[in-house]
Design a protein around this ligand. Sequence first.
Ligand SMILES: Nc1ncnc2c1ncn2[C@@H]1O[C@H](COP(=O)(O)OP(=O)(O)OP(=O)(O)O)[C@@H](O)[C@H]1O
Length: 330
Amino acid sequence: MNEQIITVTNLTKQYQETQVSGISNISFSIKRGDIVAIIGESGSGKSTLLKCIYGLLKPDEGEVLLNNQRVKGPDEQLIPGNTEMKMVTQDFSLNIYAKVYDNIASMLSNTDIKAKQEKTMEMMEHLHITKLKDKKIIELSGGEQQRVAIAKALISDTKVLLLDEPFSQVDYLLKNQLRADIKRLAKETGLTIILVSHDPTDGLFLADQLLILKQGILLQNDKPETIYQNPSALYTAQILGNAVVLDAVQANKLGLKTQKQHVVFYPEWVELKSTWNSRRFEVKEVYYKGFYDELLLERNGVTIRALQLNSGEHKKNDHVQANIGRFLAF
Ligand SMILES: Nc1ncnc2c1ncn2[C@@H]1O[C@H](COP(=O)(O)OP(=O)(O)OP(=O)(O)O)[C@@H](O)[C@H]1O
């Protein structure tokens, strides 16, 4: 069996000829059973790419292969989309007057009623919505509706699940739970998942492969940890983490030499010491974050951020030595 389930080649879709909009010359492939996260700022082309993969939008150039078969565009078939893929959009496409159970079960055939009941109950358990079984969709919160929509997409033995902002409606606790459930489901069932998100932590937590989009261009395509540790552009570091960005003048004031325009590092790359032979910074603010503090440090009029795992160790107005162990220049 082919390891790659999806291959995207030179995919281009422009909405307007004069402006940058849509996506441009995107190529990548996806391994069967992987979770792929598409991350980028608003308007970077994430939904356009997802719709082209699903066959809802016709690309101007390039193609998408699913199991070596070209995905047909909306003008080539009666019902746009693809039967081997399921897409959960932000409007959920549920029958709002029908019950949760019926919405999910409606995806299965009636040939074996017992199997249909068992499978529906099992899927509701996976998504933690068993208690909502007899409620109508209209009576549910946004987050609950989102879980029903995912259950409905998953139950029909789909090969590829496309999720557009899957956790936008759920609270922090449930989001973590759902992310873990989706990861487990993907690994158990061999399902391939492509998700689009504003939230970089979705990609870092969930994905086997991360795609970074900027203005319709694919900037980086790699494992999340590789991209996080080695962002190829300033944009990537900013979008993925809580990166500190200094211009060359500021960097120079801290003794960070560069020929480039910007210096970038993550707060966790800054090492703190209580004694200060050199690199003496003043603690301007301490932000309590639970099991760690984020410190705002200043030296020569330049402010940086650092983490202190030993919460409370350095306090406001203290002086510390801060070594920026590693930085990148762009
Ligand atoms: N139907 C359309 N007609 C014209 N321009 C469009 C259309 N759909 C999207 N665009 C433009 O294409 C670009 C990419 O849009 P897209 O919706 O793919 O971005 P996105 O990354 O999904 O954004 P968001 O995170 O805000 O949903 C944007 O500049 C958008 O304005």
